[in-house]
Design a protein. Structure first.
Length: 148
C-alpha cells in the first residue's frame, strides 16, 4: 500500500457527492422506514480531515452534501440525526478515511444510547416523491432542487 500513497495525493480534487442517483436509492430506504413507522437515528460521519486534505476532497462540497442530505431527511420528518461532519479534524474520531476511531464510537454512543434506552417520540413522516426526481439527484443546491 505504501507505494501507492503518493499517487493518491489530489486524486479526489474533482470528486463530488452532490450529484448521484444514490439520492433516489436513499429515498427508497426512507420511504420504507416511513411506511413501517420505524424510528431511525441517522449518523452522518465526517471524512477524516487529513485524508480530505491529502486527496483534495473539497470542503465546500462536503458542506453542501451535508446540507443536502440533512434537508432530504428533515423535510420529510426524519429528525433524529447525529451530524458529525464538523468533527473531521478531531484526533482519533476517525481511524482512516471513513471508519470511526475510539473517539468516534464514544461520540456516536452518546447519541445512540439515549435513542435506544429512553422514550423517543414517534416521528411524523411525510414522504415527498420529488426526492426521486432527476433534479434532486443532479442538483447541488437542495433549495433549488426541492422547488422543481
Amino acid at each position: 500500500m505504501k507505494r501507492h500513497v503518493k499517487g493518491l495525493r489530489g486524486f479526489q480534487k474533482h470528486l463530488s457527492y452532490l450529484k448521484s442517483p444514490e439520492y433516489s436509492d436513499f429515498q427508497l430506504v426512507l420511504n420504507q422506514f416511513a411506511k413501517d413507522h420505524t424510528k431511525v437515528l441517522f449518523i452522518i460521519p465526517p471524512i477524516n480531515s487529513r485524508w480530505q486534505n491529502y486527496t483534495g476532497l473539497s470542503e465546500p462540497m462536503l458542506q453542501q452534501f451535508d446540507r443536502k442530505i440533512t434537508y432530504q431527511l428533515r423535510s420529510q420528518g426524519f429528525t433524529h440525526i447525529d451530524d458529525l461532519t464538523n468533527d473531521s479534524h478531531v484526533p482519533y474520531l476517525m481511524t482512516d478515511t471513513i471508519h470511526p476511531g475510539w473517539r468516534g464510537w464514544l461520540k456516536m454512543d452518546r447519541a445512540i444510547d439515549p435513542f435506544l434506552t429512553k422514550s423517543v417520540s414517534q416521528p411524523h413522516y411525510h414522504i415527498n416523491p420529488q426526492f426521486y426526481s432527476k433534479h434532486w439527484q443532479q442538483d447541488a443546491d437542495p433549495k433549488i432542487a426541492a422547488r422543481r
